[in-house]
Design a protein. Structure first.
Length: 223
């Protein structure tokens, strides 16, 4: 049996076929992990030595910005239906019922070791036309620079597909991470890492869905 693969999707090699890796059923787990400046400062304060060191680390922690990243998935079905799975609006989805995609938790700080996790049920892949993974800053100042955000897709048997959210431009508050779709008869993941800024429009989900021609309509929501 071929051992599970670890593949980094990069600008030079942005596409991978799940079929060629034997990942055609079961669950794909999508993990978003990042380090917020506030969480990093808190850790530094805990590791600081001496009174002066602890005071300095505490001051840095007090001034560090907090940020809440939200992972989501826009889904376009083969029958023309469209929906989204995200924390906003409590649209957490379901693994075993439509839309066969589910978000398991909402990491509000970036401090949780497990990050945010989303699960896709490939047993129902025939119902998916496109799955667009995206992330945006729900709350907090600044942009993605310095957050070291990484998204990893892991199959049931351990195949890992990794996307680093790098080359973030100033003011980028959202990113289309990866697109999962059928191409030439195979299910593929393509690295997108397409950044969006406030200049692109006020409603980030609407801007992203229009950029990918998903034809979705949006209403205001909270979490």
């Amino acid at each position: 049996m071929t051992p599970p693969a670890t593949v980094s999707l990069t600008k030079a090699a942005p596409l991978v076929s799940l079929d060629k890796h034997g990942v055609t059923s079961g669950l794909i787990r999508v993990n978003l992990n990042w380090t917020s400046p506030q969480a990093a400062a808190a850790r530094a304060a805990g590791e600081a030595r001496g009174l002066i060191g602890r005071i300095r680390a505490s001051l840095r922690g007090a001034s560090a910005r907090s940020v809440d990243l939200d992972l989501g998935c826009m889904i376009r079905c083969t029958d023309g239906g469209k929906t989204v799975v995200q924390a906003l609006g409590n649209a957490f989805g379901s693994v075993h019922d439509f839309p066969y995609v589910a978000l398991d938790a909402d990491d509000r700080t970036g401090a949780a070791e497990a990050g945010e996790n989303l699960v896709i049920n490939l047993d129902h892949q025939a119902e998916f036309q496109k799955l667009l993974l995206f992330v945006y800053i729900y709350e907090g100042s600044g942009d993605f620079r310095g957050l070291d955000a990484v998204v990893t897709l892991t199959s049931d048997r351990g195949d890992r597909f990794r996307v680093e959210l790098d080359d973030c431009p100033p003011q980028a508050h959202a990113c289309a991470i990866a697109l999962i779709k059928r191409q030439k008869g195979e299910l593929v993941i393509s690295r997108e890492v397409r950044w969006f800024t406030p200049a692109d429009g006020p409603g980030v989900q609407d801007v992203i869905s229009r950029a990918y021609r998903l034809g979705m309509k949006w209403t205001p929501g909270r979490k």
